[in-house]
Design a protein around this ligand. Structure first.
Ligand code: MRU
Length: 367
């Protein structure tokens, strides 16, 4: 996607040295656009832990390059296994991380240590290319849903979409998942407007989704996380589209904390609730999301403080609670499949159910 007219992906190999990995530091957005050069597997792990890179598909893609960087130092079997295990521990909920590492291991284990490096970079590059293509395809399938809504609108009426967290291009390699159909609808001339949940505590909506949509010229309005139900009750939301960090084999959806409450409000108001995902986000080994998806617990300080930019340009955190207060900070929740209208995948739309997923991915059923 574009920043100031120039096309970017959210991860790429540095063209000057051909080996280090470049990312945008998402902790600096939207205040400044800073790219980071990651030169070691440790730097990659650190960038994932500190959420300088975030978003399920992007975490997987960057971790794949992390493994390539590790092999530059030591391409032995031991190094491969140790660094894969270390990267897999960086964040627990998004399944794309484990998926990407397992794919890299399957590719690299049979290769001799001398030949591993080139294979690792090539495979990480393929993971990136495939993610970009899958998300573009998700965009095309999701665009169909928005076109259906447009047919029911009177001339001049907007299509109102609500989204939670950030599932745009900066959370993937390119295009995004939930935002891909919105970009395509906007580019096709549809009058779309996005309600952007601010997404406390880290404000991925207010900071990242709003930045992305503004950069692309898509009309949007940031709302507090508790406002979505109100707008749904008043007929101001035509559809909810969110991304996801892990979908189970029966269609339960883990996504940023607060997604479940949006799904409940959508159900109560007959607002369709769609989840956009590449198949790399499906965990075929798990069925019951509430029971079996590990939910990341993050630090209390994310809840007790807010981070923003001061009038003189510094990024600062300020406390919003009494000092010493207890705070709990589950980063994700699980929306049961029964609350999900459907899934938007690279292969098309399906019901959030085992049958729905198997109809699009029959090869998984056969495993
Ligand atoms: O904690 P984050 O910011 O990595 O969480 C990201 C989300 O919940 C996204 O909505 C999800 O990964 C989908 S990314 C296309």
């Amino acid at each position: 996607m574009k920043i100031n007219g120039a096309a970017y992906r959210s991860v790429w190999v540095d063209s000057t040295d051909g080996r280090s990995v470049r990312i945008f530091d998402q902790t600096k957005l939207p205040f400044s656009i800073v790219t980071l050069k990651l030169e070691t597997v440790e730097a990659v792990a650190q960038a994932i832990v500190t959420m300088q890179v975030r978003g399920a598909p992007l975490i997987g893609a960057v971790a794949a390059y992390g493994l390539a960087l590790a092999l530059r130092v030591d391409a032995s079997n031991e190094s491969l296994e140790q660094n894969a295990a270390m990267l897999a521990e960086t964040r627990p909920t998004a399944i794309n991380l484990r998926w990407a590492i397992e794919r890299m291991l399957a590719k690299l284990r049979p290769v001799s240590p001398e030949d591993r490096l080139a294979v690792a970079y090539a495979e990480a590059g393929r993971i990136c290319d495939e993610d970009a293509a899958q998300n573009e395809s998700i965009g095309r399938h999701g665009l169909g849903l928005l076109e259906e809504i447009a047919k029911r609108k009177a001339p001049g009426e907007k299509i109102n979409i609500l989204t939670h967290c950030n599932a745009g291009w900066i959370a993937t390699v390119d295009w995004g998942t939930a935002l891909a159909p919105i970009y395509m609808a906007h580019d096709a001339g549809y009058d779309v407007h996005v309600w952007v949940d601010e997404t406390r505590p880290r404000n991925q909506g207010a900071a990242l989704t709003a930045w992305e949509l503004a950069s692309h010229g898509v009309p949007h309005t940031v709302i507090v996380d508790n406002a979505g139900g109100h707008f749904m009750q008043h007929g101001q939301v035509d559809i909810v589209i969110v991304g996801t960090d892990r979908v189970t084999s029966r269609g339960d959806v883990a996504n940023k904390i607060g997604t479940y409450l949006k799904a409940l409000a959508a159900k109560d108001n007959n607002v369709p609730f769609w989840v956009a995902l590449p198949s790399t986000t499906i965990d075929w080994r798990v069925a019951d999301g509430v029971r079996d998806i590990p939910i990341e617990e993050r630090g209390a300080s994310e809840v007790t403080t807010v981070t923003g930019q001061t009038s003189d340009g510094r990024i600062e955190s300020v406390r919003v609670t009494p000092s010493g207060v207890n705070a709990a900070n589950p980063a994700f929740d699980v929306t049961p499949a029964r609350l999900v209208t459907g899934l938007i995948t690279e292969r098309g739309l399906c019901a959030a159910s085992a049958d729905g997923l198997n109809s699009l991915f029959p090869e998984q059923e056969r495993q």
